[in-house]
Write a protein that binds this ligand. Structure first.
Ligand SMILES: NC(=O)c1ccc[n+]([C@@H]2O[C@H](COP(=O)([O-])OP(=O)(O)OC[C@H]3O[C@@H](n4cnc5c(N)ncnc54)[C@H](OP(=O)(O)O)[C@@H]3O)[C@@H](O)[C@H]2O)c1
Length: 303
């Protein structure tokens, strides 16, 4: 493994620790992103579906950072017939990023993703992302919550390969086959909800962390033990575990001390024996979308 430092970047020049903005109000996005930039984060993860991009835009603008100093990802909400959300066409996909850029007060993003393969129109949406890259409105394009089958759909249609795939990745949900596939196809892996195994994950009112909580209990004992042995917090252990697996990671908090804690990941290393112990906790069990009643990797309608 190449030595990890706070300045490490992956193959699409993404700083390895990103600040996520899910479940933040527009005001909270503004204050939390401001705090994150002060703490040293230079990678922000946003989405149309988070409905708070104006707050993130205000924080970026007020930071005074120059455009090349930060990396920002955002995502297209593709639509979902099951939720009565109309699917985005090619033209609507192009228009969506333009509207997001206006909210973010930017002329381009660094990475644009299809949030999940929820639409029948996903090939058309991917073609629109290819066009958005050509137009210079995004530097890189990728997907999120795509498994091998959904990625093959794009490749067998003769379309460009996604440059990145953002997936739920933590010791209880490692999907080793998918990680290997992404590595073989040189797709940058990005982990979300690294902290899902924690007992306090998304426990604020309405955040849905209680759904499937019983499936974490066994793993939590081991995580507590390993964190204790290495003398680090459980949060730092889980985030560093993702980094040592070669992933960029995303983390989100509204609390300044946790925002700082979650980026201070470069002064310790998890020995291989402890990595192996954590890897054994895998159940291929996702949690992040469970409160919405679905697993986004298995929700793709037939084409
Ligand atoms: N592509 C997708 O489908 C998808 C899905 C989910 C998430 N994401 C992205 O990934 C980002 C991260 O995922 P996530 O929102 O699930 O966040 P996360 O960082 O895995 O977990 C956040 C939860 O952990 C708590 N927490 C944060 N730092 C902590 C610490 N140091 N110690 C103890 N508890 C801590 C937070 O509470 P407090 O706020 O109270 O600190 C919150 O309840 C999202 O914000 C989003 O950008 C993408």
């Amino acid at each position: 493994m190449k030595a990890l430092t706070k300045d490490s970047r992956n193959e699409i020049n993404m700083p390895l620790v990103g600040f996520g903005t899910y479940q933040l109000s527009t005001k909270e996005a503004e204050t939390s992103v401001t705090e994150a930039l002060k703490a040293g984060y230079r990678h922000i993860d946003s989405a149309e579906g988070y409905q708070n991009e104006e707050g993130t835009g205000r924080a970026l603008k007020a930071s005074g950072l120059s455009r090349d100093d930060f990396f920002i990802t955002t995502k297209l909400f593709p639509g979902n017939k099951q939720w009565d959300a109309p699917e985005k066409t090619y033209e609507q996909t192009v228009e969506t990023l333009k509207k997001q850029l206006a909210d973010l007060q930017l002329d381009h993003v660094d990475l644009y993703l299809i949030h999940a393969p929820l639409a029948e129109l996903r090939l058309e949406q991917w073609k629109a992302l290819v066009e958005l890259k050509k137009l210079g409105l995004t530097k890189h394009i990728g997907v999120s919550n795509y498994d091998e089958t959904r990625i093959h759909e794009l490749l067998s249609a003769g379309l460009p390969k996604p440059e990145a795939n953002q997936i739920e990745f933590h010791p209880i949900n490692t999907q080793p086959g998918l990680s290997k596939f992404m590595s073989e196809h040189s797709m940058a892996p990005i982990a979300y909800s690294s902290l899902a195994p924690l007992a306090n994950w998304r426990m604020a009112e309405g955040q849905g962390g209680e759904v499937l909580a019983e499936k974490k209990q066994e793993a939590q004992g081991v995580i507590t033990e390993v964190a204790h042995e290495l003398n680090v917090t459980e949060a730092k252990l889980l985030l560093r575990w993702g980094l040592q697996h070669g992933y960029a990671i995303l983390t989100r908090s509204t609390k300044p001390e946790r925002i700082q804690e979650n980026i201070d990941l470069f002064d310790f290393e998890i020995p291989q024996s402890h990595m192996d112990r954590l890897d054994q906790l895998n159940q291929d069990q996702p949690f992040a979308w469970a409160a919405h009643g679905l697993n986004p990797m298995e929700a793709a309608p037939a084409l």
